[in-house]
Design a protein around this ligand. Structure first.
Ligand code: PMV
Length: 318
């Protein structure tokens, strides 16, 4: 039996502007997807019991599917199995990451699956090989639309600076609260909306991207110093600029304002493509509890996370 786990991610600063070459900062978080592989002669079975959605299982021989929500995860696992020509296996998936929430759940599943399946078959891939293969597979399943950010963060962990390529940043872990709006988001349509806005109002939207890029650059030394008060201010400005690009939503704004108000956060912003999905907030002087409560009261689902955590790893069995 072989098990690997890989982290989800948050974009701390710079989403959308990064599509136009401006710097963004992403961090791996300690919510992980786990994939376990074991031999099962004569059968191929993919099973998931505690995805953040409902549990499901699929028997590839009979095509029997217990829960249609699971199609998402199955497509990624099937792509990995096909890539390795794997047979006679049972693959179990579990994940603490909500799907389609901008927390990199698909990338975490693909990276954990590539690592577990390759290792089970005796092929020991380097991190670079895992990141490249996982990106290719995720991109195929998503029909061409996947930046290498999520799979790189799921593989290497820590923090990455994203502009033309991805550069690892040596920064300390940062505690924050993620609030899931409960509304699935659609990255493609949000990106297209911003592209359209840029086309129509280039002279207004261009400077917004530049300002976002400056925020990402200024944030790096502040994360190094764990200067939450200043980072919080930058998050608030970044959220305002993302709202100007029309990628926030009523639900996200309510969570952001609850976090800053009753939650006492130093700052809060949406994370990822927006339109739905998640926001992030930096706990204020009273810590995480009031923040978690405020997000819950605003009808969000709070997760306490640490950004900058470990990338993919093989798990030991007792
Ligand atoms: O949907 P997410 O959370 O993976 O975020 C996408 C981030 C964008 O900047 C909007 C798009 C991208 O490819 O960088």
């Amino acid at each position: 039996m072989t098990t690997a786990s890989a982290p989800g991610k948050v974009i701390l600063f710079g989403e959308h502007a990064v599509v136009f070459g401006v710097t963004a900062i992403g961090g791996a978080i300690d919510l992980r997807a786990k994939v376990t592989v074991q031999d099962m002669p004569g059968k191929m079975l993919i099973e998931a019991k505690d995805l953040s959605l409902k549990g499901f299982s699929l028997d590839l021989a009979s095509g029997r599917l217990m829960s249609p929500q699971a199609e998402h995860a199955i497509r990624y696992i099937s792509a990995v199995l096909r890539e390795f020509g794997a047979r006679d296996l049972k693959v179990e998936i579990s994940s603490c990451l909500p799907l389609a929430a901008g927390l990199g759940s698909s990338a975490a599943i693909v990276v954990a699956a590539v690592t577990a399946i390759s290792s089970h078959l005796g092929q020991h891939l380097s991190l670079k090989e895992i990141a490249m293969l996982s990106h290719r597979l995720e991109k195929n399943v998503q029909q061409g639309l996947a930046s290498p950010t999520d799979t790189a963060l799921a593989t290497y962990g820590g923090y990455l600076q994203i502009s033309d390529g991805v550069i690892p940043l040596d920064l300390p872990p940062l505690e924050m609260v993620v609030g899931y709006s409960g509304v699935p988001h659609d990255t493609r349509s949000e990106v297209e909306k911003v592209q359209e806005l840029k086309k129509r109002y280039d002279d207004a939207v261009g400077p917004i991207f530049q300002a976002i890029g400056k925020i990402s650059t200024r944030a790096v030394p502040l994360i190094r110093d764990l200067n939450s008060a200043e980072l919080g201010c930058l998050m608030n400005i970044n959220h305002g600029l993302l709202s100007a690009l029309d990628v926030s939503s009523r639900e996200l704004d309510e969570l952001v304002h609850a976090a800053r108000g009753a939650g006492g956060a130093f700052g809060a912003k949406l994370t990822g493509a927006g339109g739905g999905g998640c926001m992030i907030a930096l706990p204020g002087r009273d810590g995480c509890q009031p923040l978690m409560t405020a997000i819950r009261q605003a009808r969000g689902m709070p997760f306490l996370v640490r950004a900058g955590c470990q990338g993919v790893r093989l798990e030991e069995w007792p």
